[in-house]
Structures are given as structure tokens and as C-alpha cells.
Design a binder for this molecule. Structure first.
Ligand code: FE2
Length: 176
């Protein structure tokens, strides 16, 4: 049994606030992509799905005169840092194991190079998976942040993913 499920995270008011800000549909899609990639690469599917779901919760809305301002965003964005911190706090609050919470937070911290001084960091397989999962769902002009999904559909989709993760982890523990 996991300490925290995707649904526990999704239903928390802090997650709701930030998931809706950066695009719930994108978050759910990246969570699914990360799960599949982790499954294929024999990495931790639970960590991958959680990091995928929460990877963008550090976004701030860089609006100027009612329009998204890319210059402001590029100059000032630290969403991976803020996201890692927010996700870590939320996971700990929900009762996640601290070592797991750290691993997930680091995968969020390194999901993009956009805020780093260079793009030559060496990622763990899990960190690389979250980066790829995000890139898989990206649309030109940042449109992936605006795609819509209803609360119910997102909830159902994450509930399904929770079941897949649980059954995979169960199989894994039987095989040990
Ligand atoms: Fe993203």
C-alpha cells in the first residue's frame, strides 16, 4: 500500500489551486506519460506519476496588461524550484515517506533546463523520465497549459492510473 495516492494529491485544495493554474489537463497527461515511461524502463512508477502530476505547480502567472508576457517569464521564472518545494511540502503534509518526497521533489526540480545556467546536468533515470513526459505533451506556444479537462474526468483518469500503479506494485512485490 502506498502512503499517498494520486487521488489524495489531486483532491487537496493546495494541489487544486496550482494544478488549475498551470493546466490540469497537461498535468494529468504528463502523469500518464511518466507512468508509461517508468514502466518501460523499470523505474518507480509511483514516483514518476506523482512527479508528472505535480511538475508544473510552481508556475506563476506572468501577465502584463491582461496578456502573458514571455519576456517577464523568461527573465524571472523559477517554476521548477517553487514546484519542487510546493510538491515536497504537500507530499509531507499528506503523509508521504520523506525519502520518497525528496526523490519526487528532485524529479520536479530537474524536469526542465529552462531555468538552469547550462543544459549539461546529468539526470537520474527518474528525472529524465519526467523531463521526457513533459516534452511529450508540449504544444507550441505553451498551448498545453490551456487545454481543458473537467474536474470529474481528471479525477477518473487519476483514479484509473492509481489502480494501474497499485496493481503493478503488487505484482512487483510478489515477484520479489
Ligand atoms: Fe509541463
Amino acid at each position: 500500500m502506498r502512503d499517498v495516492t494520486l487521488l489524495n494529491i489531486f483532491e487537496h485544495h493546495i494541489a487544486q489551486k496550482y494544478l488549475n493554474r498551470s493546466g490540469l489537463s497537461h498535468a494529468v497527461a504528463v502523469s500518464h506519460h511518466a507512468y508509461k515511461l517508468a514502466l518501460a524502463q523499470r523505474q518507480n512508477v509511483d514516483f514518476a506519476a506523482k512527479a508528472g502530476l505535480l511538475h508544473d505547480i510552481g508556475h506563476f502567472t506572468w501577465y502584463k496588461n491582461g496578456k502573458w508576457d514571455y519576456d517577464l517569464y523568461r527573465k524571472n521564472d523559477i517554476h521548477p524550484i517553487k514546484g519542487a518545494e510546493r510538491a515536497h511540502k504537500l507530499l509531507i503534509r499528506l503523509g508521504e515517506n520523506p525519502v520518497s518526497a525528496k526523490t519526487i521533489a528532485l524529479a520536479i526540480l530537474f524536469h526542465t533546463d529552462s531555468f538552469l545556467p547550462s543544459n549539461d546536468i546529468v539526470r537520474t533515470p527518474l528525472q529524465q523520465i519526467v523531463k521526457w513526459a513533459d516534452e511529450k505533451d508540449e504544444e507550441e506556444g505553451g498551448l498545453h497549459h490551456y487545454r481543458k479537462i473537467s474536474y470529474e474526468r481528471a479525477r477518473d483518469s487519476l483514479e484509473k492510473l492509481d489502480k494501474l500503479i497499485d496493481s503493478h506494485l503488487e505484482q512487483e512485490s510478489k515477484a520479489e
